[in-house]
Every structure is written in structure tokens, then in C-alpha cells.
Design a protein around this ligand. Sequence first.
Ligand SMILES: O=C(O)CCC(=O)C(=O)O
Ligand SMILES: [Fe+2]
Length: 318
Amino acid sequence: MGRVSLFGGDVARAEQMYHESRDLDPRAGDVLQLKKELSTKPRVDAGRPADYFHNFSRLCSLENKHHSPVFNHPRIVCRYRPGLLPYYRVKEEILSESPFASVVYDVITDEENYFLRTHVKNKLIRGRVGGADAWVSEVRTSDIAWIWDSDSPIAQSLSLRVQAITGLDVKQRVPGGPSSSEAFQVVNYGLGGHYEVHMDPFDKPSDRPELQGSGERIATFLIYLSDVQRGGSTVFTRAGVSVAPVKNMALLWYNFTPALKRDDLTEHAGCPVLIGQKWIANKWIWTYGNTFRRRCGLTPDATHLDIEPDMYRRYGVN
Ligand SMILES: O=C(O)CCC(=O)C(=O)O
Ligand SMILES: [Fe+2]
């Protein structure tokens, strides 16, 4: 436990546990190992804000249900989300207004879920972080694989569903052209698997040819392919939102404000899986093809809900 605390950045607790366990058995292997790690590990991880681990671990340790800051706004929290098609509405729970984050239940069927997980069975490889020079890192401990729309009619119909729900273009113009969305990224986290605090837009240009000229990841549509017995929530460390995985539920948020300013409040993380395993499928939607679908607001600080009526009026949806 002391080593877990140290790994989680809680040096004070690790030291306290070291002293307690040393008094019990000073020669135990774990005690000696903890002593070694305490003496070599830098006390503060450079570049991380002081509240980095505090917010991450506090939000991760909340109970296994959604948490959001008090939503003090006259606009409703549960609604039928206006979508691209006037007759197609999905039940949506808004968890945060700014940054906008919401969940939609049962966006895929069990059969589609099974397809996504089995299609990648022999293709999963360790996920990386970074842009063109992406590297394997302890920051992200999961296996990933990609499913393009051209790989299967099921993937294609799922992409169209994401388009209908978000109102955003998701067309993939590969090979050769810029795309409005990436392939589904299927991710498997084993025990302890996690993804530390990060933002989805790239810091550096990506080396993936299909993304050249596509702009940026304006929205993230994350589908949970499994429940997780304990742990594995997605947490927004600055916005104070925690989302517990529910099989076949999707979590949607916008990484950019309507004025195309990177929204730092969307900083988020995947909490460590404590019991069970976790599967998700990410769909990132790009600026390309969406300039007129998600227009600017009337003011530079307009939020997503401010521009929504304008976004859907074009499709005859009120
Ligand atoms: O696993 C999660 O809950 C978050 C995953 C994530 O943020 C990502 O893949 O970019
Ligand atoms: Fe992410």
C-alpha cells in the first residue's frame, strides 16, 4: 500500500506507511523496496500542478456513480437531445454546462458492442501518448486498436449514429483526404490500467496522414463497452466531474469552445481499474467539415448550450 501511495504521488502517506511497516518487519522485501523508492523518487513530479494528484485521486475515489458540481442553471439537466434528424432524439443527461459534458445511455446494442471488442481481438497493441513521436508511457497503460468505417458496415453505421446524435460531420475520406472523424479507437484496460490527466487535442502535429489538414479534435464521443466493478471512472480534474462507466453509454464533450479556443476545463483522466476490466471505444470528431455545423457564438465566451439553438435550427429542429 505504501508503494501504491508513492506511485499515486502521496509521499507523506507513503512515508507514514513505511514507518508503520518497518516497525512490524524491517527486513520484509516490500519494506526494503519502499525504502529504496522513497529515497530515489523525486518528491514533486516536475511540471504537474500541486493539486494534480489531489483532484485526480479524489474524483477517482468517489462512489461508482456520476458526480458533477451543483448544476445551478435554469436549463434542464435531462432532456431529449436535439440531433441531426428531427425524428431521432436520444435521452441525454447533462453533467456539466461549461465545459459541456453529457451522457447518453444505450447508444449501441450488445451485438454492436460484441463486434467492436471481438473485431480488435488480435490487433490490440500497447497505447502510446504524444504526437508524431508518440511513445509508450506509464501515463497510459492500456491496449488499443482502430476500426475504420471501411473495415465494416457496422462501424459505418455506428459512425452515422454518432453523426445523428452530435449533429457533426464524421465522414472519413481515406486514403488521401482530410477526415471529419477518426476511426473508432477501441481500448482495453486491465487491472490497474489507467490514463493520467491529459487533453485530447494534440500538442504537436500528428504523423498520421489521414489527420493532415483535418484541423483538431473538437469533440470526443467516448462509448463504454463494459461496466467496471470498481474504479475506471472518467474524471474531469478541473471541472470536478466524475463519470462512472455504464456499458453501452456514451460520454460526449467538446474540447474547444464555440470560438475554437482550446477548453482547458476539459482536462480529464481515466481512473485506475480496481476490480474487473474496462473497455471503451473513442470517436474523435475533427474541425474539418464542421465549420458550419458548429458555428461561433455571438460572444467570444459563448458556451455550447448558447450556440445549440443556432446549430440545430438549420435542420428544422427546435
Ligand atoms: O478511459 C477513460 O475513461 C478516458 C480515456 C481517454 O481519455 C482517452 O482515451 O483519451
Ligand atoms: Fe482523453
